[in-house]
Design a protein around this ligand. Structure first.
Ligand code: CAA
Length: 372
């Protein structure tokens, strides 16, 4: 089947680095602490473990860790980087970009454009698109881009969103497409909404849970309908081996796929088969990281690319509250099969420590005190 998508032979993902923090909590432990039936968190929301940062460790450490891994894998020199963009909604300063904190640690300075992007969980995807389009425009003059999506997702203690917390970072070198190619065309949709926001000075976000689900579902439908265009959904999706989503928590993704099935006029069985075959298997790492906000989609894409044969196609649906969304089409290249980043994730998961209820309470108390 042919389509109108174009994949530039010289630009794509050259390397991927994923970094998870050294602590986590089983959501069943959190349920016990909060006096909630654990099935609500595991079956009701689809969560398993939430990654947590120890005191003194945060969004910059995650970003730097992921970047170092991507750079080591790439094998190029920092001298060859002409663009550094960090997408995040865990900004540490209203003025100084997160990229400056990261650049300091990486020793990146000189003839380089460096900045931060913010659009809730969509910020990392915006960073990636800008890097891709910077390369394709010719402005890059052959230089590579380092794109990082990094976040720490925390809600107020006892907030209903608490079991969906998480943390993580994904860094990607945008240069020659050794690991994956990205279609030049993408499918975006945005509408202003107050579904999830964090006013200046507030430590935790405010969420209109039902509205955020409605916005997320609408965004999914709008983006995928653009991909389908005047073809049938079956034809448009026939080439895909996996479809990744931004994962606030897995149940939300399942509901969005349900909406997609309705809009495609699929039978419940067809929708379920699409979810179980193409979507659910891409969320194993998300179930261990929890919501990584900007990193969430890219954690799923990193997992979906790992071990993939060259030429296989992946959908990547990005959503950020406020709201903005975009569907990207990614094709695995020769370097996806070896996937060194998958070993690093396995190592992070093996070496991290699960905290007890008391430790979690202490950790949250320390963070709250630091924020005051
Ligand atoms: N056993 C099994 N299932 C159970 C259960 C039990 N004992 N008890 C409850 N459940 C199920 C419920 O039936 C429900 O499932 P369905 O939705 O399929 O009906 C599910 O568990 C959740 O239950 P509730 O709706 O009662 O939960 P709640 O009111 O406590 O809300 C929440 C929890 C859905 C996580 C809510 O806090 C919320 O909406 N949070 C925010 C959502 C969110 O993350 N929005 C942002 C999206 S985008 C993003 O990531 C932000 C960004 O851009 C920065």
């Amino acid at each position: 089947m042919t389509d109108a998508l174009h994949f530039d032979p010289n630009t794509g993902i050259a390397a991927i680095g994923v970094q998870l923090p050294p602590l986590a909590m089983d959501v069943r432990e959190l349920a016990a602490l909060r006096g909630v039936d654990p099935d609500k968190y595991t079956l009701g929301l689809g969560c398993d473990e939430m990654a947590l940062c120890p005191e003194g460790y945060g969004v910059v450490d995650l970003a730097v860790g992921a970047a170092k891994r991507a750079l080591a894998q790439w094998g190029g020199s920092v001298e060859d980087i002409g663009l550094l963009v960090v997408g995040s909604e865990s900004a540490v300063d209203m003025s100084r970009p997160l990229s400056a904190f990261v650049a300091e640690e990486l020793g990146l300075r000189g003839r380089i454009r460096s900045y931060e992007t913010k659009h809730a969980c969509y910020g990392g995807t915006v960073a990636l698109r800008q890097a891709l389009e910077w390369r394709l425009s010719g402005a890059a003059r052959g230089k590579a881009a380092l794109v990082i999506a990094s976040d720490v997702a925390l809600y107020a203690p006892k907030d209903p969103g608490e079991p969906t917390q998480g943390a993580g970072a994904v860094a990607m070198i945008i240069a020659e497409p050794k690991v994956a190619r990205i279609a030049t065309e993408s499918f975006a949709y945005a509408e202003p909404a107050f579904d999830f926001w964090r006013p200046v000075g507030d430590s935790f976000p405010s969420v209109e849970g039902k509205l955020s689900l409605d916005c997320y579902k609408k965004a999914t439908e709008e983006c995928f309908q653009q991909l389908v265009g005047d073809r049938t959904p079956a034809d448009a999706l026939a080439d895909f081996a996996a479809v990744c989503f931004h994962v606030p928590f897995p149940k939300m993704v399942k509901k969005a796929v349900g909406q997609l099935g309705e809009s495609f006029e699929w039978t419940p069985e067809a929708t379920s088969s699409f979810y179980e075959g193409m979507v659910n298997p891409t969320m194993d790492w998300n179930r261990k990281s929890g919501n990584g906000y900007t990193a969430s989609l890219w954690i799923s894409v990193a997992q979906a690319l790992a071990g993939r044969a060259a030429g296989q196609r992946i959908g990547a649906f990005s959503y950020g509250s406020g709201f903005g969304s975009e569907l990207l089409v990614i094709e695995a290249a020769e370097g996806a099969a070896a996937a060194p980043w998958a070993d690093e994730v396995a190592e992070d998961l093996k070496s991290r420590r699960l905290v007890s209820q008391d430790e979690y309470d202490a950790l949250r108390g320390a963070r709250l005190a630091a924020a005051e």
